[in-house]
Design a protein around this ligand. Structure first.
Ligand SMILES: [Zn+2]
Ligand SMILES: [Zn+2]
Length: 273
């Protein structure tokens, strides 16, 4: 346990060594390293790496081991004969399609939004805020990300490598930098594009992609104005504490209707009596 705690603290120090200088070098005027709620985001980090990642891996493993992929064996066999760069392209493409539509649904379907909105409560978007995710939202996203690699028969090491790369890219697109990638912003996801996804008044109606914005361009949700977004977060009321943000979506999604029915029954009995 202690060894594990040291390792994840070292990982946090490692990514800080990369991203703090990056954020300081391309610092937007109004940015501040120790901004409001950074401790909440650190709680999300430790919650994720100490507990929720294990739950996610266990659940995804149990889920995928139950499903037969024999009908794909011929494609998997043919792909295995290809060089690694040719095998990785369909995985990245499929994974981007899954992530794009999965993310759009997180904003469209009320049930999914209850969990995804936790990620959007960040009022400052930086690399630490990337860890602000409800565990159930995390399971959903990691599942969609992993599915193509599993369908195409990738081995576990490659899947872990792929997820690590996507995770680091997620830190990059959240980082609080005033950095534009020029024409590359039609090929690669960037902090500027993802920050617009977090903009307060747009309510996440654009830039759903992570690695590449090509899906956004294809499906008409690409938004790339020259100015920077100024305000982030959501208009919905939500508890601001770490525990509150973990519990509130579960209570809202699963028990809220029951609680409402129960309290209205009590009220009607009170008035009729
Ligand atoms: Zn985000
Ligand atoms: Zn979103």
């Amino acid at each position: 346990m202690l060894e594990h705690l040291i390792l994840i603290s070292l990982y946090l120090i490692g990514i800080s060594i990369v991203f703090i200088p990056l954020e300081m070098s391309f610092k937007p005027k109004e940015s501040n390293l120790f901004r409001r709620e950074w401790i909440t985001d650190i709680c999300f980090y430790f919650g994720q790496v100490l507990l929720w990642n294990y739950v996610t891996v266990y659940l995804l493993n149990s889920f995928f081991s139950e499903i037969e992929f024999d009908w794909l064996s011929e494609i998997q066999y043919k792909l295995k004969e290809q060089p690694i760069y040719l095998r990785i392209i369909p995985v990245i493409l499929l994974s981007d399609i899954f992530i794009y539509w999965g993310h759009r649904l997180q904003h469209k379907i009320e049930f999914l939004w209850q969990f995804h909105k936790v990620h959007h409560t960040a009022e400052t978007v930086d690399f630490i805020a990337a860890f602000r995710e409800h565990p159930l939202d995390n399971i959903y996203t990691r599942g969609l990300e992993t599915l193509p690699a599993i369908l195409l028969g990738f081995d576990l090491n490659l899947i872990v490598g792929f997820l690590t790369f996507r995770g680091l890219w997620a830190l990059f697109i959240h980082s609080n930098v005033d950095l534009r990638l020029g024409f590359l912003e039609i090929l690669l996801g960037s902090p500027h594009l993802h920050h617009w996804h977090h903009e307060l008044h747009l309510k996440g109606k654009c830039n759903y992609a992570n690695l590449s914005p090509i899906m956004d361009i294809l499906f008409g949700t690409y938004y790339n104005p020259s100015e920077k977004p100024l305000r982030f977060g959501i208009i919905d009321e939500i508890d601001r504490s770490y525990l509150g943000q973990i519990l509130e979506p579960i209570i809202t999604a699963k028990y809220w209707k029951k609680i409402k029915t129960f309290t209205s029954k009590i009220n009607s009995q009170r008035f009729s009596g």
